[in-house]
Design a protein. Structure first.
Lengths: 307, 165
């Protein structure tokens, strides 16, 4: 069990500190945003798994801070007391309380996100019209050129009539492809996971860096999806003519000036055709999730059967 | 398509046909009714009584609505802050709290609140529209900043609404 403990601490250190730092500065992210997003997802999920394993170990490992949690549970029914058990029990309770306090910070956040999405949709229902040309699009009558997407619901993409008149048909198609890529690749869910992770443990560098780096990468990944279908020039002119808004609360962020410039620059640059990056990123993501999960499984397996 | 205060009837049918079967039957019906009431009031020049709304709605809709239904919907919209009541003798008149355009702008701003660089997006938006629209947008932003939500304005990053970090 000592080996497992060291392994978990190592994993938390590697995923919580090193992974964030190396992914944040990585140059391949610019050319392969989707692969970079995959790596970030792997790091975040793996980090959660190793943290879970670490807490489990602390609670059940005799000799660790939460000494005798299982014993305390099994003996508190019998009239048998021992000072060591008491301290162990108190330690375990402290760990349990600490964990639930950290985790409970995320709950109101998630709830608020869901509620504000619902409120936005009910407001949308009062003024938006169904677009008869696209089954997944709602139209807002307003000259501001705007497009955004709202997960859940039948019509999840919102565009304004201003956007429709201002964009050429090919550009509009590119914008729709961009928004559909967001929805198809579940970017909202990933952002929500990041948001909750950051709310729970704001001091972990990987979570903190992911909060700032990933939104832009998601936009770039969606741009790439649009480029594959409609070409870089079309996507470029569409982005210049339109404000692609993030969705309401807790959803897609990053458009605006500086990020937009970076997105446009990227579209101008010649596509990087090194194909080795994508398989490598996949392997890295799988490893960063699988290693903690294996360790956690081993930890659970080595918990003494007395509890 | 481009007429801002659309006539109530086609819009209502549009919603009923377009969003049907996906949002659930009752919810969709409620949404369609709320929408029809809002459309009627947005199209009217003055606050309307429930009876007047009812006549307007029944003149264009295939299905006859009951007085109580319209009153309930108007009350619900008032609770949501979309309508305000004006006392008129024994009864009330209802009027929208915002024009249709202002409501739409507020909706689009709501989609923007969470952006880490909403100031930049706003700047782009303001550049991209005629001056009158830009001015209206700024008014909506002002109302938002001084309103009950006290939403963050441009430049303040994520702001109090999010309290990120």
């Amino acid at each position: 069990m000592l080996v497992l403990g060291v392994q978990l601490v190592f994993l938390v250190g590697a995923l919580g500190w090193c992974a964030g730092a190396s992914l944040d500065g990585a140059s391949f992210a610019r050319h392969h945003p989707a692969s970079a997003v995959l790596c970030w997802t792997g790091a975040v999920l793996g980090l959660w798994a190793s943290l879970f394993g670490l807490v489990l170990l602390l609670l059940f490992w005799p000799g660790a801070a939460g000494h005798g949690f299982a014993e305390m549970l099994s003996t508190c029914l019998t009239p048998h007391s021992h000072p060591g058990l008491l301290w162990g029990g108190l330690g375990s309770c402290a760990i349990a309380v600490l964990c639930s306090v950290r985790l409970s910070r995320g709950v109101p956040r998630a709830w608020r996100t869901v509620r504000s999405r619902r409120r936005h949709r009910s407001m949308l229902r009062l003024v938006a019209r169904a677009d008869d040309r696209h089954p997944d699009v709602l139209l807002l009558d307003h000259p501001l050129p705007v497009a955004y997407c709202l997960p859940a619901g039948a019509r999840s993409i919102v565009i304004s009539s201003g956007a429709r008149t201002r964009l050429a048909p090919a550009e509009l198609a590119a914008v729709l492809a961009h928004e559909r890529a967001h929805l198809r690749q579940r970017h909202h869910a990933l952002l929500m996971l990041l948001d909750l992770s950051h709310a729970a443990l704001p001091w972990l560098p990987t979570f903190r860096r992911a909060m700032t780096a990933v939104p832009l990468l998601l936009e770039m990944a969606a741009d790439d999806a649009a480029v594959r279908r409609h070409g870089p020039e079309t996507v470029r002119s569409a982005l210049e003519n339109l404000a692609v808004l993030p969705g309401p609360s807790g959803t897609l962020a990053a458009a605006g000036d500086r990020p937009l410039t970076r997105r446009l620059d990227r579209l101008d640059a010649a596509a990087d055709t090194r194909s080795i990056t994508r398989p490598l990123a996949r392997i890295a993501a799988v490893v960063s999730v699988a290693a903690p999960l294996t360790t956690v499984a081993l930890t659970i397996a080595s918990i003494p059967p007395t509890c | 398509m481009t007429v801002p205060p659309g006539p109530p009837a086609p819009v209502m049918r549009d919603n009923g046909g377009g969003g049907n079967g996906k949002e659930g039957h009752v919810g969709d019906l409620g949404g369609a009714l709320e929408r029809a009431v809002m459309d009627a009031l947005w199209a009217a020049d003055e606050p309307l009584r429930v009876r007047e709304m009812l006549n307007l709605l029944n003149a264009t809709s295939a299905r006859r609505l009951a007085y109580n239904t319209v009153q309930t919907v108007a009350e619900r919209l008032t609770r949501k802050g979309l309508l305000r009541r004006v006392p008129d003798g024994q009864a009330f008149r209802y009027a929208p709290t915002q024009s249709r355009d202002d409501f739409t702008v507020a909706l689009m701003l709501d989609a923007l609140t969470d952006s880490p660089d909403q100031g930049a997006i706003l700047a782009r938006l303001v550049e991209s529209v005629p001056e009158a629209d830009a001015r209206r947008m700024l008014d909506a932003l002002n109302a938002r900043a001084t309103g009950p939500e006290a939403g963050p304005e441009s430049g303040s990053g994520v702001g109090s609404d999010e309290a990120r970090g």
